[in-house]
Design a protein around this ligand. Structure first.
Ligand code: DGT
Ligand code: CA
Ligand code: CA
Ligand code: ZN
Length: 580
């Protein structure tokens, strides 16, 4: 039996949740959905975790309690689990496939199954074409037309995915390619290499003495669902998560040129090629040419150099001024991965986090960080047990005690303090003043008109104790659109008041966005990169935030928590108006 991947496990959990939803269960659907999301995003290989620590270890996955842990254990041992099996007997439907079709949710899927026996997308399409859906009470002609259109869309569209959900997979495949005997270079190219916000498909390059062996290995990777196309140097597969991935075998001597070409973006490449033509040269995936002579091909650096340019980092290759900046030798020196010294947004079991302060701190320290701010929610967020002044003070005592026991790591006292509707803060000034680091957040009244929402955030920035605005646009990718806010006005106010702006690295937030970061950097606004962790495993998202900062042209000096603890504290203790 093939070892199950995190994505395999996630799919089974998700399906279980959906089947429960179809049967009208109240709480189980959400529990399984959450476990599925966390499983898919989990930074480590769950099968390995299980081998090392057994069923107990599975509880390290956020959202996974003893019940679901037992199911995952059974899945890893036998490829199935009884609860799922039972549900499938009652409802033998491909609910994951069906609900990918727009206008078809679990309820409609159930209706279609009960009334006309639709079990999968092929059945659905046949039924819609035969006009059988229009006759079902509650669905009708219009729904039938919509479904027919949507079925076509599902077939043609594999859907873009959030970077944080596919980067671990892309890096895993890249590492696997590197290990194949005969492979000299292997790289993920395309939008993943540029660390874009969302990813359409994955593009891999290898140079190898044994192309067939490399392609076979790739075709049999455990995340691959099937082969779509195979030629002598190119293989296209469909991954189990629905994405496509290409592998190209290229000539070793032209690896740099191929990497440059297949990294893109297309628009960047168009600009680079135009430059080449102006110099009487020709650039393609095989090299940079002067007539029939290849003048550069082995490395990307060499290709750019022969065009008169310095190396351009992949995150900058978007055709938004990087070539101009490169010509003038004005490219930013991007903040390096791994350079954030401490996480400044961490929730704990005092509110809606899954782990204690000590557990979060231990994991942060293990990841090589020097400090972490505990920023639990405040009382306005009653549904997660937000802290009032009294409990916050009590939490401060716990932090003092913990700091007394830890060497080489410091826990800062903080809060994710709600910004109330009128721009006042949810905690007294005295309570805020007692903290090392205060983030202000909007968690309510998302629908205020732009002017009011902007004024609300700016009012919070004028509070002398608010150090940072958390997740400044409020969007959650695929779930919640950003609220209406004048980001330029907010960033100018950030500069004027000495307030930092957060890059929330949590994959579905990615908030600020790269274009806002670029505006912030231009204005000289300080940035904080953090993970909004609600579980120890979330702390490893930090570099996804660094990717956003890099896409926004940020340098190390722009990022507050790339500073040492001493320098960060110096900034935080400076009165806001005097901060630089
Ligand atoms: P994606 O997959 O939509 O997230 O974005 P990319 O950038 O990965 O795009 P993709 O997969 O279509 O192609 C990968 C790279 O290959 C792309 O960034 C640039 C290069 N490339 C592909 N097709 C063309 C083309 O027709 N012209 C040029 N200049 N470059 C291309
Ligand atoms: Ca791609
Ligand atoms: Ca591609
Ligand atoms: Zn929040």
């Amino acid at each position: 039996m093939k070892r199950l991947s995190n994505a395999d496990i996630a799919r089974q959990l998700k399906e279980t949740g959906m089947l429960y939803a179809m049967l009208g269960e109240k709480f189980k659907p959400r529990a399984y959905e959450r476990a599925a999301e966390e499983t898919e995003a989990f930074g480590r290989d769950i099968a390995t975790l299980f081998e090392e620590k057994g069923e107990k270890g599975l509880k390290e996955i956020p959202g996974v309690g003893p019940g679901i842990a037992a199911h995952i254990a059974s899945l890893l041992e036998t490829g199935k689990f009884s609860e799922h099996e039972k549900l499938k007997k009652k409802l033998p439907i491909d609910v994951l496939g069906l609900t990918r079709v727009e206008h078809v949710g679990p309820k409609t899927a159930l209706l279609l199954y009960r009334k006309i026996g639709v079990k999968n997308v092929a059945d659905l399409e046949r039924a819609a074409k035969a006009g059988k859906i229009a006759g079902i009470p509650g669905l009708g002609k219009k729904t039938e037309e919509n479904i027919l259109k949507a079925v076509g869309f599902v077939r043609s569209d594999t859907g873009r995915k959030v970077l944080g959900h596919v980067l671990p997979l892309a890096l895993e495949i890249e590492a696997a390619l590197r290990k194949i005997p005969g492979v000299r270079h292997a790289a993920a190219a395309g939008s993943v290499r540029r660390r874009q916000e969302t990813i359409g498909d994955l593009d891999f390059l290898v140079t190898t003495s044994t192309p067939e062996a490399a392609m076979d290995e790739f075709a049999h990777h455990r995340e691959v669902a099937g082969t779509l196309e195979r030629g002598p140097t190119k293989l296209v597969v469909r991954l189990k998560n629905g994405m496509h991935a290409d592998l190209r075998v290229v000539e070793d001597a032209a690896f740099g040129a191929a990497l440059q070409y297949f990294t893109g973006s297309k628009d960047h490449n168009v600009q680079v090629r135009t430059m080449a033509i102006k110099k009487g040269l020709k650039l393609n995936e095989y090299g940079l040419w002067k007539g029939r002579t290849r003048v550069a091909a082995r490395t990307e650096e060499e290709v750019y150099r022969k065009l008169g340019l310095p190396y351009i980092e992949p995150e900058l290759r978007t055709a938004e001024g990087e070539i101009e900046a490169a010509k003038k030798r004005r490219l930013p020196k991007l903040v390096p991965y791994g350079s954030v010294r401490g996480d400044l947004q961490v929730q704990t079991s005092w509110t809606d986090g899954a782990a204690t302060i000590a557990e979060m701190a231990a994991e942060a320290k293990k990841l090589g960080l020097d400090y972490m701010a505990v920023t639990d929610h405040t009382k306005a967020l009653a549904m997660v047990g937000g802290l009032d002044e009294k409990r916050l003070a009590k939490q401060g005592k716990e932090i003092d005690a913990l700091n007394a026991t830890m060497k080489g790591f410091t826990v800062l006292k903080g809060a994710e303090c709600d910004i109330l509707k009128d721009g006042r803060m949810d905690l007294s000034d005295a309570a805020l003043a007692s903290l090392d680091f205060v983030g202000g957040s909007i968690h309510s009244h998302f629908n205020l008109p732009e002017e009011a929402q902007t004024a609300r955030v700016i009012a919070a920035m004028r509070n002398p104790h608010v150090d940072c605005i958390f997740h400044p646009t409020g969007r959650v990718i695929g779930q919640r659109p950003p609220y209406a806010i004048d980001m330029l006005a907010v960033l100018k106010a950030a500069k004027a008041t000495g307030t930092a702006m957060e890059i929330d690295a949590y994959p579905d937030r990615s908030d600020l966005r790269d274009e806002h970061v670029r505006m912030a950097v231009k204005l000289g606004v300080k940035l904080v990169i953090d993970t909004d962790a609600h579980h120890p495993s979330h702390l490893r998202y930090l570099d996804l935030g660094v990717a956003i900062a890099r896409r926004g042209w940020a340098e190390k000096k722009d990022v507050l928590n790339a500073r040492s603890l001493k320098d960060l504290m110096k900034w935080l203790k400076t009165p806001k108006k005097k901060r630089r």
